[in-house]
Design a protein. Structure first.
Length: 572
């Protein structure tokens, strides 16, 4: 029997009265209610519910009553290694928090130190003596949650190097027709491989993982800095088991192989959450899987780190601090539009404003910002969500993408009625957003009245600092650059090394084109000016085209001429 069982306890009411926390009348009232309810609740619970004292006061009084220490527990007080000594279900059901183990004695936090049977069961499961401290159930559950995430979150910290590949040969000779895919998908080699792929994708800053079957061949590629490269070639026979393992993690139907499926996986790496968006598509040689890696640490950044020139940064800050209007960020898929919007929201976020977002999906959860995820199948579209959102008294609204006439119309009306609206649009350049909105059915005069700025951007790869060297480009290239920008004294490139996988590049940075309509351009929009005329007028009023911003980064030794030629139109 535990040491606590032998301690002569005081009455909880006596301790509370002695501390002058409650009155005798309040205790009598709680005891009367306890009797009326058939003793379904403890005295301490009733006193808290009736507002006579707090949960912390009850825990402290219980600690004194049972001669055990009182501890306001938090993750800082807990050894993560000992949390796993007891089964997850047991800890959650009984609100038990293992704190630390010293010289064979396990210290645990309980909200009910009077439960000697529970303490005996903890000693049996842990196989050692137990020392009890008293804490509130709320603190215990909150700390447990920080170390033991929800059941659908996968912890993959144990996969750290290529040693995970050693066991793959164990199932290399599996027959292609696997009768029990779920069982095979749960085998150690398959689990290790999938964890290995996710772990390394995050560490290599990959945005996507491609698992691609071919005839008798299977390859896995990562997209890093916008380019795909082959990571490994697992045994072809593992394909079905790998796909099934990913489907199980994403809660998809492993028996369905003829239709596309989409899902999501939540993993923890070194105590930080990573979201994975899974797309499974049936192909000629089996199902292809693409996993989008969403790492909030990479998404959440500030405007200064996004590659803005000083002038563009000041002008962009001015328009996002406007009281109302529409600000658009344009560019192709994968050009960092959402990252820019998140950085803008982070800068605008404070206790005086109500910021709401409508996204598909929510890629990064931001503190103190109200985020809503659309669900087309349930009828919760961008347009419907935005219409409802305007009844939530927002100051700033971020719409993940303007896709149709209805969403565009509501966004314009919101901007004209005193809201600041941030969104994205797919156009080739900044002035192209105007013709796109008109094509969506928005009257030119409404576009002119609501649109206050458009930022077009592209991502270019940065030169690897480890193998960066100066070089002399071809004469035709130098003349082309001088035509755009003037003299560039030095050109740099990466010659390729192990750190950059012999590509010469590590990481990416944005080049920008910021279009802010003035009175003249607003009149041109109303009159239905052509895109070419709008672009010429924008450049005359100070808009620096993408390629000019790119040449600034060439001159600064950040990127190469090849990268700018790849993403920017230079025929101006």
């Amino acid at each position: 029997m535990s040491e606590v069982a032998s301690i002569k306890k005081l009455q909880l009411g006596q301790v509370l009265l002695g501390r002058q926390i409650v009155t005798a009348e309040q205790i009598d009232e709680a005891l009367s209610q306890q009797r009326d309810s058939g003793h379904k609740k403890l005295l301490g619970e009733l006193l808290v519910e009736m507002g006579f004292c707090t949960e912390n006061q009850i825990a402290s009084a219980l600690a004194e009553a049972y001669s055990v220490p009182y501890a306001p527990v938090s993750p800082k007080l807990c050894d993560p290694g000992v949390v796993e000594l007891l089964p997850r279900e047991f800890l959650e059901e009984h609100a038990v928090l293992p704190l630390f183990k010293v010289r064979g004695v396990l210290t645990v936090a309980l909200s009910e130190p009077s439960n000697v049977f529970l303490i005996d069961e903890i000693e049996r499961l842990a196989g050692c003596r137990v020392q009890v401290v008293c804490a509130t159930a709320h603190d215990i559950r909150a700390t447990l949650q920080s170390y033991m995430p929800a059941a659908n979150v996968f912890v993959i910290d144990d996969i750290i190097d290529d040693s995970a590949l050693e066991d793959f040969t164990m199932i290399e000779n599996l027959p292609e027709d696997i009768s029990d895919l779920e069982e095979v998908a749960g085998q150690s080699p398959v689990v290790k491989l999938v964890n290995y792929l996710i772990y390394n994708a995050v560490h290599e800053n990959a945005s996507d993982i491609h698992i691609e079957p071919d005839e008798k061949k299977l390859r896995v590629r990562y997209r890093v800095d916008g380019r795909l490269y082959e990571k490994i070639r697992p045994p072809y026979q593992m394909h079905a088991a790998i796909v099934s393992r990913i489907k199980i993690m994403a809660e998809l139907d492993i028996a369905q192989r003829r239709l596309p499926q989409d899902g999501s996986i939540h993993v923890l790496m070194q105590s930080r959450p990573i979201d994975l968006r899974v797309s499974v598509m049936p192909g000629t040689f089996g199902e292809k899987v693409v996993i989008r890696v969403i790492d909030a640490r990479r998404i959440l950044t500030n405007l200064e780190s996004l590659g803005f020139s000083y002038e563009n940064l000041q002008r962009f800050r001015k328009i996002i601090n406007a009281p109302n209007g529409i600000v658009l960020v344009t560019g192709p898929t994968g050009s960092g539009k959402n990252t820019t919007l998140y950085a803008a929201l982070a800068e605008l976020n404070n206790e005086q404003v109500n910021i709401c977002t409508v996204e598909d999906p929510v890629e990064c959860h931001m503190t103190a910002i109200n985020q809503f995820e659309v669900h087309d199948a349930a009828g919760f579209t961008f347009a419907n969500a935005l219409r409802s959102l305007l009844r939530q008294d927002p100051d700033i609204v971020m719409v993940g993408e303007i896709r149709d006439q209805e969403t565009a119309s509501i966004a314009v009306q919101a901007a004209l009625t005193g809201h600041l609206v941030l969104s994205t649009l797919h156009t080739n350049d900044a002035p192209g957003a105007i013709t796109r909105l008109v094509d969506l059915g928005i009257a030119p005069y409404l576009v002119s009245a609501s649109l206050i700025g458009v930022l077009a951007q592209r991502l270019v790869r940065k030169i690897c600092p480890n193998c960066k060297e100066e070089f002399e480009p071809a004469l035709t290239i130098r003349r082309m650059v001088e035509k755009w920008f003037g003299s560039v004294p030095k050109f740099y490139r990466g010659i390729g090394c192990k750190k950059c996988r012999n590509t010469g590049y590590v990481g990416r940075i944005a080049i920008h084109e910021l279009f802010i309509p003035d009175d003249r351009i607003q009149d041109m929009i109303v009159q239905g000016a052509t895109l070419k005329a709008l672009r010429s007028a924008a450049i005359e009023t100070g808009m620096r085209p993408l390629h000019v911003d790119g040449v600034d980064k060439i001159a600064a030794g950040i990127t190469t001429i090849d990268e700018i030629l790849r993403v920017a139109n230079v025929n101006e």
